[in-house]
Design a protein around this ligand. Structure first.
Ligand code: ZN
Ligand code: ZN
Length: 324
């Protein structure tokens, strides 16, 4: 007995892969299209490569992939590394061990396996050993020191700082990160809400480098987290599945709320996030850039890295922890 339209579809219209017509493995809701596993892998790899090559000028030689061990950055690494190595780029993987108990150990293993699978050299920065503090410590002392920011924002400052420092210290001219459409949508919305135009114009698939800021590429700019997870499943890639233990503490942060909002929006309007990002890039960012005030950079008097403030945000965290 047919009880629902869904049942009817299962019985009479078995979905087929758009490319080869064999039994479908996955539906891409925003394209209203189906793929078998093999053709989903090719669709995904082509998409990531196209985002990378369309926006990243061919001036870079040494690429540093910042990989966290989660589904997004690992999907990025596996889908892109082979093709870029073939094109003559020199590649390495960077993993920051943030010292998060019950999380960082697994993340590190996943990244070590990926680097070895792909034959890439791996740079590991151990935050606790090299800088004297861990994210766990920062989280536990946060209220005492009242940084005024959620722990995930502080962790973001630490990671961004180290990506740039490791890349510039080791001669890498491009940092490739696994920020997804979901992340960037949430950043755009929160920066619009708080009126932070300075950071808004940096939210694009490629940000050129400057005197001491290494250029950045975000090849997952148009990728939903959903697609990245599917890709790791399709290829059997080991990823850290458990959420970071600090992320529940994020409740109340604007970016978390906007991420949830996007998931809701997508249910009724599949592809709305993609449309948003395309228009943001094509139209909104251009007009903001036209009127954006220029930001003066200074050198941090402690670490010597460029920053909009002195000391830089990273050194201010260390100072407050008494680790500078
Ligand atoms: Zn197929
Ligand atoms: Zn500094």
């Amino acid at each position: 007995m047919i009880t629902s339209p869904y049942h009817l579809q299962r019985c009479y219209a078995l979905p087929r892969c758009r490319v080869c017509g064999s039994k479908a493995w996955v539906k891409i809701p925003w394209g209203n299209t189906w793929f078998c596993r093999t053709h989903f892998i090719s669709y995904f790899e082509k998409k990531v490569y196209q985002t990378f090559s369309r926006y990243t000028p061919r001036i870079h030689k040494k690429l540093l992939f910042a990989v966290s061990g989660g589904k997004d950055s690992l999907a990025m690494l596996y889908s892109l590394a082979g093709k870029l190595a073939e094109e003559g780029y020199s590649l390495a993987v960077l993993f920051i061990d943030l010292g998060i108990k019950g999380y960082s150990e697994y993340a590190r293993k996943a990244v070590e396996k990926a680097a070895s699978d792909l034959g890439l050299s791996l740079i590991v920065v151990d935050l606790d050993k090299e800088h004297g503090f861990s994210i766990d410590e920062l989280a536990s002392r946060k209220s005492t020191f009242s940084f005024g920011k959620p722990i995930c924002s502080l962790c973001g400052i630490v990671k961004r700082y180290l990506y740039n420092k490791v890349a510039s210290d080791n001669g890498y001219d491009l940092v490739v990160t696994g920020h997804t459409l979901n992340d960037i949508y949430a950043f755009v919305m929160s920066n619009l809400t708080t009126g932070n135009l300075e950071d808004l114009v940096k939210l694009r698939p490629y940000v050129p480098g400057s005197a001491s800021f290494v250029a950045r590429a975000r090849p997952l700019f148009f990728n939903y987290e959903y697609e990245n997870r599917l890709y790791t499943l399709a290829r059997g890639i080991d990823v850290v599945l458990q959420p970071c233990p600090h992320s529940p503490l994020q409740t109340g942060s604007l970016t978390t709320s906007f991420k949830k909002q996007l998931l809701e929006l997508e249910k009724e309007h599949p592809g709305i996030g993609l449309m948003f990002m395309k228009n943001f890039l094509k139209k909104v960012i251009k007009s903001i850039e036209y009127s954006k005030p220029s930001q003066e950079l200074v050198r941090c008097s402690i670490c010597g890295m460029p920053s909009s403030s002195n000391p830089c945000s990273f050194c201010r965290i260390k100072l407050k922890l008494g680790k500078a």
